[in-house]
Unconditional design. Structure first.
Lengths: 211, 81
């Protein structure tokens, strides 16, 4: 069983925003809604600038699903987190719960009234008849039902953004990193908690005063 | 007389039916999806003008198609092999 995920390689992303454009075009996303965006840190600092493309990460234990008061979220067999817009009340709880800022709310009225939530669907549409006009209008294109991957990942010019089964794209990324001449230091314990301490080394002295 | 009684009973039933109330809200249960059921992606036939090849309703063949597509993102395999 596939677990659909996105993986963005920060070493490759050139902040071209091709993924953002591909998403907006493919799903005809309205103004003011960005299902995907590119985040850059250290912008302009030579050698330290890194970009990453962010959208709904289709979490295995999605917090948006947990907080939704009307239970409009569901997860497909392929691990894609989707929602039913007919049930959504636009409360915004999912936006507060999401660590990635994925849920978006179109302005639905003259006074800034929030519309129904919109987010990345992994190009899997929604709970309307697949490939129907209604599904496209509410959720965008259903590329998975056409045997394709999300448009953002397939359009990525540097292939920084990978989309698909978590195991498959992790293998692609792993092989890529090994070809760059890096090895086990980019995985596992060392990555998560820093390099192993040298024998006899003292813990670093606390710095500063109150935190 | 019987017809009159029957008419009165039917009228009373109709009047009472108007007082009945249907459930106005969905029953909220934690972790239960309340919306419409969705069709799985693999339960669709491939588009005629596309290159995808799988059998409608056969999940394994659809997953094979998607995996081929995923490996298309691997330029080391796509270009050099």
């Amino acid at each position: 069983m596939a677990r659909m995920k996105f993986l963005c390689d920060a070493e490759r992303c050139i902040e071209c925003n091709g993924c953002v454009t591909a998403c907006k075009n493919e799903n005809e996303v309205p103004w003011g809604v960005n299902r995907r965006r590119v985040v850059t840190i250290n912008d302009g600092v030579v050698g330290a600038e890194k970009s990453i493309s962010v959208a709904c990460m289709h979490c295995s234990d999605a917090p948006c699903m947990a907080v939704c008061p009307v239970d409009c979220f569901y997860k497909t067999d392929d691990g894609v987190v989707l929602h039913d817009k007919d049930l959504c009340i636009g409360c915004g709880y999912c936006f507060y719960a999401c660590p990635f800022g994925a849920p978006q709310f179109p302005q639905a009225g003259a006074f800034g009234l929030r519309g129904k939530m919109d987010k990345c669907t992994f190009c899997a549409g929604g709970p309307e008849a697949d490939r129907s006009e209604t599904e496209f209008r509410k959720y965008g294109r259903n590329r998975l039902s056409e045997g394709k991957l999300p448009a953002c990942a397939e359009m990525c010019s540097t292939k920084a953004l990978l989309g698909g089964d978590g195991d498959v794209i992790a293998d692609i990324y792993r092989e890529r990193v090994l070809r760059r001449g890096k090895g086990s230091e980019v995985w596992g314990w060392g990555t998560a908690y820093g390099p192993a301490p040298r024998p006899g080394a003292q813990p670093p002295a606390p710095q500063g005063g109150k935190s | 007389m019987r017809a009159l009684v029957s008419l009165a009973v039917i009228s009373a039933l109709l009047a009472l039916a108007g007082c009945g109330e249907r459930e106005q809200v969905t029953e909220f249960k934690r972790g239960k999806y309340q919306g419409k059921p969705d069709t799985p992606a693999w339960d669709n036939a491939p588009l005629t003008y596309e290159s995808g090849k799988w059998t409608k309703g056969d999940r394994t063949s659809w997953e094979t198609q998607i995996k081929t597509r995923q490996l298309g993102q691997h330029e080391h395999k796509r270009i050099y092999q």
